[in-house]
Design a protein around this ligand. Sequence first.
Ligand code: AMP
Length: 209
Amino acid sequence: MKLIFLGPPGAGKGTLAVRAVDILKIPHISTGAIFRSAIAAKSPLGLKVKAIIEGGHLVDDQTTIALVKERLAQEDAQNGYILDGFPRTVPQAEALAGFSPVDRVVNFDIPDSAVLERLSGRRVCRNCGTNYHITFNKPKQEKVCDTCGGEVYTRDDDREEAVAKRLEVYREQTAPLIDYYRKKGILIDVDARPLVDEVVANFKKALGV
Ligand code: AMP
């Protein structure tokens, strides 16, 4: 099954994706995570996108589309995938339709107030990318990842100024994709406000798995 997870930053796409990988046995492909590893590795791609991402802006369509096209051509993505954070613009969605049309788009339905609460407390493992929250989902040991022992930190783009920019960018450039996919008849709405176990249950029910 080829899936897109669509929703504002902080809606819980990454957290649900980790659970959905187990359920559906398909890879989780997060463009944000790919960009963050490129930044950490100081690769040419990382150097190019660092300032853009830290300011809460979008990386250009051409770069992002090329990256996803290459990733989806890999062996592990041939039986399906979960795309998290892509597409984020209509041109990205149109490009994807040309090289790998998806089966379903899961729309994470959540009000801005909940998103702000989540982003302000969100922490992430620098090594494996596991998400935490300082109130709802703490690592067992402060600042240490339960999964891999890596350092748990605040993403640079989760700081207040960048968060406001990211929400504005989401509303202007990404939210139009909700209608775009609804019109194609492949959109599923999932209430993303509850805690993760309930969201997982809503997701399974909506998808019929
Ligand atoms: P995320 O981890 O999905 O919140 O992505 C973090 C940041 O990476 C975003 O705020 C953008 O700067 C960049 N990014 C991730 N995916 C895309 C995309 N599909 N198009 C453009 N920029 C992206």
